[in-house]
Design a protein around this ligand. Structure first.
Ligand code: MEV
Length: 317
């Protein structure tokens, strides 16, 4: 019997980094997904196969000894095997069209799809239960995660998210179009988040003021998202970018892309941890192809829309 589940990647429209410190963020799930097929096996191993490599790890292995690339998958499989008193292992096959390490939520989507696919081999879990397993798994590689990325991957759409109060769907019938440009500059979310922590410790007042400004920006833009006021949303994105620059997570290479794409769109900013990864720019249906063609000549670019479905679990068969 196999079990298949898929989960979308994400963009952060507003509030990355601040969200780790308790402020609200706005995220959107995107139409790029990871799909995981899992199956019970007859061995004592958890086997993981993806385009990045494969590994077969004894269930008895301690998580500390597992290569970080496989850690979240191993964690999820072992947890579910133990909770169900299952006496054998699990195989999983991962396929993804989310660029890896680019700030588009590839690892969170993997955690969500793996938790959904593997749990479904045993029983049907609530979305919140899958979310909790996914966040726990993500913490094996990124202990300080706010949980925002896994949350939007589970529920889809555009959400407001705050660590203490959870998520709320921002209801809108409009279709948003974004161009995503990959700077191809590698970054580590964990390292950038630690750097922002240090910034906060040595600039407490500046950080507090920035959190307050970000909160005001998010309050204002929530209305604009519902009324589809692209001009205002774009301006707010550019303002959010300035806050991120003040936190020290931008750099010349990212700014160069932002300046270029801003000329043709409503606004642009880093998405995710920054320091590298991707830039997002808000466009509209009529201009999206032209902007995409222009950006594609010099950069790796994607045209993305918001995925309203979130995680999907297909019947085990
Ligand atoms: C990473 O996609 C977003 C950050 O805010 C970290 C987090 O929320 O866990 C930088």
């Amino acid at each position: 019997m196999t079990s298949k589940a898929s989960a979308p990647g994400k963009i952060i429209l507003f509030g990355e980094h601040f969200v780790v410190h308790g402020t609200k963020a706005i995220l959107g799930a995107i139409n790029k997904r990871v799909t995981i097929i899992s199956e019970k096996n007859k061995s004592q191993n958890i086997s993981i196969k993806s385009s990045l490599g494969e590994n077969s790890i004894p269930i008895s292995e301690s998580i500390e000894n597992v290569d970080s690339m496989f850690k979240p998958f191993f964690f999820i499989a072992k947890k579910i095997i133990n909770e169900n008193n299952f006496s054998n292992g699990i195989d999983m096959d991962i396929q993804s069209d989310i660029p890896i390490g680019a700030g588009l939520g590839s690892s969170s989507a993997c955690c969500v799809a793996a938790a959904a696919s593997i749990s479904n081999l045993f029983s049907e879990l609530e979305k919140n239960q899958i979310l909790n397993i996914a966040i726990e798994a993500e913490r094996t590689i990124f202990p300080n995660t706010s949980g925002a990325d896994c949350t939007v991957s589970v529920f889809g759409g555009i959400i407001g998210y705050q660590k203490d109060s959870g998520y709320k769907i921002i209801e809108t019938n409009h279709e948003f179009d974004f161009i995503v440009v990959n700077s191809k500059k590698p970054h580590s979310t964990s390292i950038v988040v630690d750097r922002v922590n240090k910034f906060k410790s040595s600039n407490e007042k500046i950080f507090r003021d920035l959190c307050e400004e970000e909160t005001r920006l998010i309050e204002k833009v929530t209305d604009s998202l519902q009324t589809f006021d692209l001009e205002t949303i774009g301006k707010c994105m550019s303002q959010n970018q300035i806050f991120l620059e003040q936190l020290g997570v931008s750099n010349d290479q990212l700014l160069e892309i932002i300046k270029l794409i801003e000329k043709e769109t409503f606004g642009a900013k880093i998405t995710g941890a920054g320091d590298g990864g991707c830039i997002i720019a808000l466009t509209n249906k009529n201009e999206k192809e032209t902007v995409f063609e222009h950006m594609k000549t010099e950069h790796e670019a994607y045209s993305v829309t918001i995925d309203k479905t979130g995680m999907q679990v297909f019947n085990a068969n």
